[in-house]
Design a protein around this ligand. Structure first.
Ligand code: SF4
Length: 81
């Protein structure tokens, strides 16, 4: 499955299901953004302030598999590139 990007008001989040190890770091870290009972399960729209965006960056950075990445809007590229 290709990497998919979910758009948010400040940053976007991309996800590659093939890499996900289901460690749930994301779900525990920011359940308002990562909710597996919802479709789509990733909603960066829940991080609409600078503080919540920084929290989202930290949670994405703790993803142990690299399945999650931050994408800066307009670039289409991961922020880490
Ligand atoms: S933190 Fe990363 S590896 Fe863990 S469930 Fe979320 S996306 Fe998958």
């Amino acid at each position: 499955m290709p990497r998919r990007t979910s758009a948010g008001p400040i940053i976007d989040v991309s996800f590659d299901a093939d890499l996900c190890r289901h460690a749930a770091v994301c779900v525990r870290g920011m359940p308002e953004v990562f909710d597996v009972s919802r479709r789509p399960w990733i909603d960066p729209g829940q991080a609409a302030t600078e503080d919540s965006t920084q929290a989202l960056r930290r949670v994405v950075g703790r993803c142990p598999s690299g399945a999650l990445d931050v994408v800066e809007p307009g670039t289409g590229r991961p922020a880490s590139v």
